[in-house]
Design a protein. Structure first.
Length: 187
């Protein structure tokens, strides 16, 4: 189905039973491929039960409960997190390209096109495209987290299709089996 539409010429890897396995595999793959350690993630992102996934969930309460460090992770504001007062991508671009600010170039930028952790947050097409451009411009992997909203839950197979993105890694899990069978996958 994915190849027939010309959408994704990717390879698939089944990473283990849980979505945490898929996130951890995506982070490890991007770090090994780039030789970098930093991961950029966004406010109000989905988390899971693994240490890497909890750290990426963006919630201080949950991270502190399991004593997970944010070392190697940079939290950035999601689309419209700051309201309409400023562009969150302009902020992130400045932070990534300013060599005096102390943030290393990332191995990956991990984003959800549609967040559901605190209601429905749907990123604008322009915002997602600027994140993709930023990832490519800095040599980082673009990881699309579709664990919650993939497999047709937004009308199209992947939640990011409306933006015409070409991510380096896609993480899917929760909706793959349909029968409560835990399964996760990287594309």
């Amino acid at each position: 189905m994915l190849r027939e539409g010309g959408l994704l010429p990717y390879h698939f890897e089944f990473t283990g039973p849980s979505d945490a396995n898929a996130i951890d595999a995506a982070l490890e793959l991007s770090r090994k491929a780039t030789g970098r350690q930093e991961i950029v993630f966004f406010t109000c992102g989905q988390s899971s039960v693994g240490p890497g996934s909890i750290a990426l969930g963006g919630g201080r309460l949950r991270r502190n409960a399991v004593d997970v460090s944010l070392r190697g992770l940079t939290l950035a504001p999601y689309d419209d997190y700051l309201g309409r007062v400023g562009s969150t991508t302009d902020y992130l671009q400045k932070v990534l390209l300013d060599q005096y600010i102390g943030i290393d170039l990332p191995a990956a930028i991990l984003v959800e096109a549609v967040q559901r952790k605190r209601g429905m947050n749907i990123a604008r097409k322009e915002w997602l495209l600027s994140i993709q451009t930023m990832a490519k411009g800095t040599g980082a992997f673009l990881i699309l987290d579709d664990r919650e909203m993939g497999c047709g839950r937004t009308g199209q197979f992947f939640s990011f299709e409306f933006a015409g993105l070409s991510p380096d890694i896609i993480v899917t899990s929760n909706s793959l089996s349909g029968c409560s069978l835990q399964l996760s996958m990287l594309s």
